[in-house]
Design a protein around this ligand. Sequence first.
Ligand code: HXC
Ligand code: NAP
Length: 293
Amino acid sequence: MANTEGMLKEGSLKGRTIIITGGGTGLGKSMTKYFLTLGANVVISSRKIDVLKATADELMKETGGQVLAVQCDVRKYDEVEAMLAATLAKFGKVDTLVNNAAGNFISPTERLSARAFDTVVDIVLRGSYNCTLALGKHWLKEKQTDKTILSIVTTYAWTGSAFVVPSACAKAGVLAMTRSLAVEWGNRGIRLNAIAPGPFPTKGAWDRLVPGEFREKFDLKNKVPLGRVGEHQELCNLAGFLISGYSGYINGDCITIDGGEWLKGAGEFNMFSEITADQWDAIEMMVRGAKSE
Ligand code: HXC
Ligand code: NAP
């Protein structure tokens, strides 16, 4: 089986309605397409309604599925409530929320204005808790069960990362929310999980994180033990599994999908993977020859 193939059985998400924030572009668009092929109805939302409508038209044509495009700035709770109302009006119910919308850019932290810091944290953290709160309140009030929330974080939610500090703070908060609510809401039929991707090429991320000539100079695949970036379908397969009943006993977890990238940065001697066999021969002789004093 190729890593570019869909993994789940046909009809795995049949009849389910899924809201994907930031679903018009990048990984959100890829998940939208895959979930449609598995039989779901998908609501995609973000700030740019023209982008959402173009994606909805394209994917409905391609898959024959139903997509509703809803303009919604996730930073504004009233807009999130309106998105939920529009979803219920169109599909009658909602089963899954994917917190995928994000804002990010690289910058030395001391160059950021307070407003720049707010902007990223508001999109990522406030946006994710606004959507989670609105959906959770709705499901609990209606006593509906078999619901899932999936948040897309990243590995620096726990390692932290220089030069993307607002994003690191916000993603850490989203992960804490996921683990907290998995316990608080688990006994009422709502499961929450997260995915921590390493580098997956998208225009949104690449233009803001490795712009221009830096793309070659700091080729992100070089940080990954597997020597490559992620395939969108690999993330879509994991996301589809985590929002479906197949993962019914997974709750409050965060699954990393990064080709081993963050661990490579963490292990004390991991830089030695560049040493050649000949060099290892020489090293072994030196080490074996070492006399204890
Ligand atoms: C310093 C900057 C800046 C930059 C913006 N600002 N860009 N400061 N360096 N490069 C400042 C502005 O000057 C302003 O502060 C404040 O931030 C808000 O900027 P606006 O342009 O008004 O904000 P807005 O139009 O809301 O745009 C939000 C955005 C933008 C985050 C700045 O990039 C965006 O729309 N992003 C959405 C998509 C995205 O980011 N996708 C990538 C996700 S990748 P002042 O004080 O001047 O008013 C990702 C990957 C993680 O998350 C892991 C990878 C491995
Ligand atoms: P992307 O294409 O730029 O996606 C971000 C989306 O968020 C856009 O569709 C954007 O649409 C939307 N958005 C931004 N601000 C919003 C707001 N205020 N309200 C509603 N929607 C908003 O980037 P991506 O790479 O696919 O990222 C998707 C997710 O994966 C993000 O959570 C990101 O942190 C995560 N991730 C990506 C990578 C990677 O390598 N690509 C790695 C780790 C984690 P509008 O501009 O129309 O609002």
